[in-house]
Ligand binder design. Structure first.
Ligand code: COA
Length: 496
């Protein structure tokens, strides 16, 4: 069956084992692999690398689109193959090595990685490893459930290894829209003017002689780890839809809203899922990851079109959607992440961006990445690409974490991924803070009153009152600003 999927006759002879293919990768190299939020990653060559690392010195810089599925980041971390890793991950074992200082993790805006590679500010990529559903007659690579950075990896690398995955449905062919920006000074505007715009070609165009090996695989993508909506996430969704309904009433939006982006994770997925219960209709998405909620909205007749860079689904949704992909195909596009997340397009389309915070401070600065200011969780991902350039930049979080010993609203964010200047709306299950047009002193009251958990509200008001008496545009009791995090570290709780 793999012969039908390798349509370029000259490439049939390149089929080999994962181990043999992996020998193109040597100690010290930089490898660009497909894979974006657990979708469409190369599945066999990374395992061969992990096996080889037991027998020989082998450390690489691994660049992907985003996180890998099938526990590959875990396997590679535990085999100590990774010297450097960028631009995103979400695996506990790798996270541990990053936080211990073994793996150098470069946490990047997802739209920027290939631009840095293309201009040789980082890299070069020695070998690209890309999962594909097929190789076309002219040697074009047809990606699977994600595009991520795969196209640029294949274009920029000296050698390309293709993994043909026979379990990925043929129907994926035609879904992708591969557009590569021209080099400067010949760069032109990216002509995406609606989420539906097709501006590229449906495969990765490289000279076929660059394909040095083809490996045939049959492993499925792993399911997403998102949790179903709970009372808190339902309340967050309800506050946000009430706010958007009021925007419609005020004449600033219509019931079709603006194209939606929703970040990774359970909370953002639940919020989007909540739109099923609203009067909004004929919605569109211009996002990076398409989760279960995208297909729930399609099935509820609420969503007209979704553009993303990957499809990452729960087990139930995967088995519901993938066999019926042809039913959704005319309403879907998968793009390179530099296009799905491009600031120019996000600003042009006027996106409503919904991303998740770990913590927010009383002025609206957002920490999405660092637990207690020091320990990496996953990475900034695309949240910065969208938040900075959105029509409405929304951050959602539960007001408390870890059974209440952590307040997600703190006096001072212990790490800042998104500054107050990039944040319009904060929503927790307790309420919504509309920060548009507010100065820091006004923001503090609105955030504390609407978003803080009752068990922390008095302490936050007390902090703000004492800070305000000291003065300043953004008042702080500076020696106390991180004392909540210090208390958590020393006593196991932020509670006063
Ligand atoms: N301090 C410490 N831990 C915290 C915390 C805080 N202030 N707030 C939440 N957490 C913990 C939760 O307890 C949970 O821990 P667990 O995994 O041990 O259960 C974990 O963080 C995830 O939080 P959860 O509430 O389940 O939210 P989520 O699954 O929606 O993930 C982020 C939230 C922030 C980790 C996730 O959205 C992320 O990585 N964002 C950054 C990247 C991004 O936004 N990309 C967007 C474009 S795709």
């Amino acid at each position: 069956m793999h012969r039908e999927r390798i349509r370029h006759p000259g490439l049939q002879s390149k089929v080999t084992t994962a181990l043999e293919a992996s020998r193109h990768i040597r100690d010290g190299m930089t490898v660009g692999m497909s894979g974006f939020t657990r979708a469409g990653e190369a599945k066999a060559v990374p395992l061969a690398l992990a096996a080889r690392a037991k027998e020989e010195p082998l450390k690489i810089t691994l660049i992907t689109g985003a996180s890998l599925g099938n526990d590959l980041d875990k396997t590679l971390a535990e085999a100590h193959v990774l010297a450097r890793r960028l631009p995103f991950q979400s695996d506990p074992a790798l996270r541990k090595l990053i936080n211990e200082g073994e793996v150098m993790f470069v946490d990047q805006h997802l739209s920027e990685t290939v631009e840095l590679l293309r201009t040789r500010q980082i890299g070069p990529v020695d070998v690209a490893v890309v999962e594909a559903v097929a190789i076309t007659e002219n040697g074009g690579i047809v990606p699977t459930t994600s595009v991520g950075n795969s196209a640029s990896f294949a274009i920029l690398a000296d050698k390309v290894i293709v993994e043909i995955n026979l379990q990925q449905p043929d129907a994926l062919e035609g879904l992708h829209d591969i557009y590569i920006p021209k080099r400067r000074p010949y760069r032109e505007p990216i002509p995406v003017v609606t989420p539906e715009s097709r501006v590229g070609i449906p495969y990765i165009d490289i000279p076929p002689e660059k394909i040095v090996a083809i490996v045939v695989t049959e492993k499925l993508d792993s399911s997403s780890t998102i949790l179903p909506p709970d009372d808190e996430t339902r309340a967050i969704a309800s506050h946000l839809s009430d706010f958007l309904l009021n925007e419609v009433k005020q004449g600033r939006l219509t019931n079709t809203l603006q194209p939606l982006q929703a970040g990774i994770g359970s909370i953002a997925n639940a919020v989007l899922h909540g739109f099923i219960e609203t009067p909004f209709h004929d919605l569109t998405m211009y996002s990076e990851v398409l989760q279960d909620s995208t297909f729930d909205l399609f099935d509820a007749g609420k969503l007209n079109f979704a553009s993303g860079s990957s499809i990452t689904l729960s087990k139930e949704c995967y088995h519901r959607v993938l066999p019926r992909l042809n039913d959704y195909k005319s309403r879907l596009i998968l793009r390179p992440q530099e296009v799905s997340n491009h600031p120019e397009i996000i600003r042009r389309l006027g996106i409503i961006a919904i991303n998740t915070a770990l913590e927010v401070d009383i002025y609206g600065n957002i920490n999405s990445t660092h637990v207690s200011g020091t320990h990496m969780m996953n990475g900034i991902g695309g949240s910065g690409d969208f938040a900075r350039n959105a029509y409405l930049s929304v951050f959602v979080t539960k007001s408390i974490a870890k059974n209440g010993v952590i307040s997600s609203v703190v006096p001072f964010a212990s790490h800042v991924d998104h500054t107050e200047h990039d944040v319009d709306i904060i929503v927790t299950e307790t309420g919504l803070a509309d920060l548009r047009g507010l100065a820091p002193r006004e923001r503090a009251r609105v955030i504390i009153d609407n978003c803080a958990h009752a068990s922390y509200r008095d302490a936050l008001n007390d902090y703000y009152d004492r800070a305000a008496r000291r003065g300043g545009q953004t008042p702080h009791v500076i020696e106390e600003a991180l004392s909540w995090h210090a208390r958590l570290r020393e006593k196991g709780s932020m509670l006063p």
